[in-house]
Design a protein around this ligand. Sequence first.
Ligand SMILES: [Zn+2]
Length: 266
Amino acid sequence: MKTTLLAALLVLSANSYADFSQKIIGSETDVQDKDFNRGNMERLHRGHNEIILTFDDGPTPGVTNKVLDILKENDVKATFFVIANNAKEQPALMKRILSEGHIVANHSLSHHALKDLSFFSWKKTVKKEILDAHAILAPYMKNGKNFYYRAPEGAWDNKFADLVNQDPVGRQYIGPILWDIGGSVTQNDAGQYTQAADWACWSKKITVEDCLAGYLNESKKNKGGVVLMHDLRPQSAEMLAKYIPALKEAGMNFKTLDDIDWDSRK
Ligand SMILES: [Zn+2]
């Protein structure tokens, strides 16, 4: 017993010991505690040759249904970070996402980026954008083990986490979730796309083939990870139809956010 305790203390740095104590205190009050936590944001799942597809900003009629067709044809499950106000207007698409086994996640009520908020109203805005969105999305969240939130424009402040964690539903969320692949467009000296971000590709008039090359190169370089795409423009669906087979050919396996070991990341 003593030897085990000593060994445990030896491997714990001062920092991780602090985390360890916090976890014990947390578990007394709430066993389902997941926490909004800045540590969840970066380098989510690289190095495993596993791809986790995520789609933001939908549901969009004419695009989300194409994305769903392609996922079905390829037998891949994804996570949809939907805007709750869009979800309210597209109940049929929401039901289809759920019935085809995908995970619905929270990408806010109105895509209001949580920055430059007033001292007097920030709490109200943060609660509205995350918790009011949850109330709308909850009926569609049955496929996931966890609730996930992704912040519009990645805008976040740790004080938001403290606020949302005061709410019993908010505490069950993991977030804000960033991504490993799909954050920006970069080219090497030879002009090849080494990374790409679909929304930026389409606004810069980059072709589907070049954008795809960027996504594929980043996927291979990172040996997999969480992929950010948007079900907003038809070009993203067109790219997805080629991206999935190319990833399979590169030896990647498809997983979902629920396959990440979140507890070990806290
Ligand atoms: Zn977004």
